[in-house]
Design a protein around this ligand. Structure first.
Ligand code: DUT
Ligand code: MG
Length: 177
């Protein structure tokens, strides 16, 4: 008998051998996501910005080129997972509590918001990724299969005056500037 699918996780078709997120304990709010591949998160202090700041502190002239500035962008860690949910629900991506303490890893956007219309979007199938900044002094390597973060299904409320009717056209940043 087909049970109606209300919310859950599926593997993104272009990935193999992905463990779908699961809760670590019966009372856990978050579904733990694993990295779908090995990813190196470079230390932000190795970036051109840090060099520029060091030089600037010596009161020498420094020109911040685009390459230097780009190096401080968060690194996307793929999960190979997509999530489906109700139209008035979202999946909130949160860091693992141990990441800042043990790995110096912060989510670049603080908290990720996975909208229900991200699922199976034509741009990336709704592939969920965690964006990490490494504020430690050494690069951090996340290994495939390592738990990187968690997702919590939540309802969201709408305001009385709400005229949002635009259909999503893609993934990250697709809602424009
Ligand atoms: O940490 C994140 C944040 C978002 N997303 C995915 C799910 C989300 O539905 C989609 C779009 O994210 P967001 O809504 O933040 O982007 P946007 O609204 O299209 O752009 P912006 O928020 O920058 O206006 O990207 C992730 O996979 N990881
Ligand atoms: Mg958005």
């Amino acid at each position: 008998m087909n049970v109606a699918k209300i919310r859950g996780f599926e593997k993104v078709t272009t990935f193999e051998e992905i463990n779908l997120p699961k809760r670590a304990t019966k009372a856990a709010a978050g579904y733990d996501f694993e990295a779908a591949s090995d990813v190196i998160i470079p230390s932000i202090w190795k970036s051109g910005i840090a060099t520029a700041l060091k030089v600037a502190l010596k009161k020498e002239e420094i020109f911040l080129d685009e390459e230097m500035i780009k190096q401080v962008k968060p690194v996307l860690v793929p999960t190979g997972v997509k999530a489906y949910m109700g139209e008035e629900e979202f999946l909130q991506l949160c860091n693992r509590s141990s990441n800042p303490l043990k790995n110096f890893l912060l989510l670049g956007n603080g908290v990720g918001v996975i909208d229900s219309d991200y699922y199976n979007n034509e741009n990336n199938e709704g592939h969920i990724m965690f964006q990490f900044l490494n504020f430690g002094l050494r690069d951090v390597t996340i290994k495939k299969g390592e738990r990187v973060g968690q997702g919590i299904f939540l309802p969201f409320l709408k305001a009385d005056e709400d005229s949002a009717t635009t259909e999503r056209q893609g993934g990250f940043g697709s809602s424009g500037k």
